[in-house]
Unconditional design. Structure first.
Length: 121
C-alpha cells in the first residue's frame, strides 16, 4: 500500500515559485542597494570629505550611511514590495468630454465653412 501512494505523487522541483537570490541577497534588491552604496560614497567623499581627518573615518561613515539606507529600503520593499512601491504608480484620470476636430493644415477652413452655411439659411 505504501508503494501505491508513492506512485500517486509526482516529484516537484523545489525551486519553482521561489524568489531568485544571490546568496542571502534577494535579486530584486541588488540594483537599489548598489545605488544606495554609491550615493553614500559620493555624498561622504564630495560633500563631507574635508571634515574627516583620515580615510578610516570616511569609510566608517560610508558604511554606516550605506547600512542605514539599505536597512530602510529593505524594510520598505522587503517581502511584499508591491505594497510600498505600488503607491507610486500614477492612476489615470478618466473624464468625459468632447474635443472639436481642428485640422493642422487648414485652420480657417471651419470658419469659412461655418460662414457659408449661415448664408444659405
Amino acid at each position: 500500500m505504501a508503494k501505491e501512494r508513492e506512485e500517486q505523487f509526482r516529484p516537484v522541483n523545489q525551486i519553482l515559485g521561489t524568489q531568485p537570490s544571490l546568496g542571502p541577497i534577494p535579486a530584486d534588491q541588488i540594483i537599489p542597494w548598489t545605488v544606495i552604496i554609491l550615493t553614500a560614497y559620493f555624498v561622504i567623499n564630495s560633500i563631507f570629505g574635508s571634515l574627516f581627518a583620515d580615510d578610516f573615518q570616511k569609510w566608517l561613515w560610508i558604511g554606516l550611511m550605506s547600512v542605514w539606507g539599505i536597512a530602510t529600503w529593505w524594510i520598505l520593499t522587503g517581502g511584499k514590495s508591491w505594497r510600498f512601491l505600488g503607491k507610486f504608480i500614477a492612476v489615470p484620470t478618466w473624464t468625459r468630454g468632447f474635443a472639436r476636430y481642428q485640422s493642422w493644415l487648414e485652420v480657417h477652413y471651419e470658419a469659412k465653412n461655418w460662414q457659408t452655411k449661415r448664408r444659405k439659411k
